[in-house]
Design a binder for this molecule. Structure first.
Ligand code: NAD
Length: 253
C-alpha cells in the first residue's frame, strides 16, 4: 500500500518484527521510550502483543507468520496504514535450531530451507515491501533505515548449528548489499549479538560460563544492551552497511 501523502512532521514510526518477547520486546520498548510510534509483531502471542501495545504511548500490534508471503505483505501494509508512514524497519524475528556442528546428517534440507526462509528471505522481502515508504521517510523526514538482528554466529564459526550460522552470515552480507543498493535514501545496518539473556538461553549454562570467564565484559548481554545498539544505529545520520558485533568483546579473546 502507498503511504498517505507525506507530511513533514515530528512523528517517527518503527516496525519491529518478533517484538512480543526477548530482544524484540526490548527494542520496541527502547524505541517507544525514544518517542517512536511502534508496530509490534509476532507469529503467536497476540494477547501479549495487544497488552504491550496498550502500555505504550503510541503502538499497535499485528500478528503475521513470516513464513507466509501474504502475511508479510499484510504486515507491512498494516504498519504503513496505521500512521500513514514508516521510518524504521527492525528485522528481529528469527529462528534457530540446535544441532552439533559435527552432526551433518541432522542438518537436513528441511532445516536449511526453514532457517533460510525466516532468517534471510523474509527480512529481504520485508525491506522490498517497505522500500517505497522508507524512501519517503528519507525524502520528507530525514529518516529511513533498516536494522537486521543477526548473530555473532554469522561472523565467527560458532552458533547453535551450521544452518543457523550460515543464515546469519547471509543476513550480514545482505545488510552490506542493501546498504549499497538503497543508499543514500535508506541506511541498512545489522546488530550481531553474542549470548543474550532471554528465556531461550536461560538453560545454556556452558555459554553463560564462557561469557562470564572469557568475555572482557564478563557477562552475556541483556536484551536492553542489544536494543540500545539498535537505537544508536537508527539515530545515526551516516552509518550504513555496518554489522555491529555486540558480544561483550568475546571475539577478542
Ligand atoms: P525469541 O524467540 O524471544 O524471539 C524470536 C521472535 O521471532 C519471536 O517473537 C517470534 O514470534 C518471531 N518469529 C519466529 N518465527 C516467526 C515466524 N515464522 N513468523 C513471525 N515471527 C516469527 O528470541 P530472541 O532471542 O529474542 O531472538 C531475537 C533475534 O535475535 C533472532 O533473530 C535471533 O536469531 C537473534 N539472536 C538471539 C541471540 C540470543 O542469545 N538470544 C543471540 C544472537 C542473535
Amino acid at each position: 500500500m502507498k503511504p498517505n501523502p507525506p507530511i513533514d512532521n515530528a512523528l517517527r514510526v518503527a516496525l519491529v518484527t518478533g517484538s512480543t518477547s526477548g530482544i524484540g520486546a526490548a527494542i520496541a520498548r527502547v524505541l517507544s521510550g525514544a518517542g517512536y510510534a511502534v508496530v509490534l509483531h509476532s507469529r503467536n502471542s497476540a494477547d501479549t502483543g495487544r497488552a504491550m501495545a496498550a502500555e505504550m504511548k503510541q503502538a499497535i500490534y499485528v500478528q503475521a507468520d513470516l513464513a507466509c508471503e501474504a502475511d508479510r505483505v499484510r504486515l507491512v501494509d498494516e504498519a504503513i496504514a496505521a500512521w500513514g508512514q514508516l521510518d524504521v524497519l527492525v528485522n528481529n524475528a528469527g529462528i534457530s535450531r540446535v544441532i552439533p556442528h559435527s552432526d551433518l546428517a541432522s542438518a537436513t534440507s528441511a532445516v536449511w530451507h526453514e532457517l533460510n526462509e525466516i532468517n534471510v528471505v523474509a527480512p529481504f522481502h520485508l525491506v522490498a515491501l517497505a522500500e517505497s515508504a522508507l524512501r519517503d521517510a528519507a525524502r520528507y523526514r530525514r529518516a529511513g533505515s533498516v536494522v537486521n538482528i543477526s548473530s555473532h554466529a554469522g561472523v565467527r564459526p560458532k552458533g547453535a548449528s551450521i544452518p543457523y550460522a550460515v543464515s546469519k552470515a547471509a543476513l550480514n552480507h545482505m545488510t552490506r548489499l542493501l546498504a549499497v543498493s538503497l543508499g543514500p535514501d535508506i541506511r541498512v545496518n545489522a546488530v550481531a549479538p553474542g549470548l543474550v539473556d532471554t528465556p531461550l538461553t536461560a538453560e545454556w549454562k556452558e555459554a553463560q560460563e564462557l561469557w562470564r570467564d572469557r568475555a572482557p565484559m564478563r557477562r552475556a548481554a541483556s536484551p536492553e544492551d542489544i536494543a540500545n545498539a539498535v537505537a544508536m544505529l537508527v539515530d545515526s545520520d551516516y552509518l550504513t552497511g555496518e554489522v555491529l558485533l555486540s558480544d561483550g568483546g568475546l571475539n577478542l579473546t
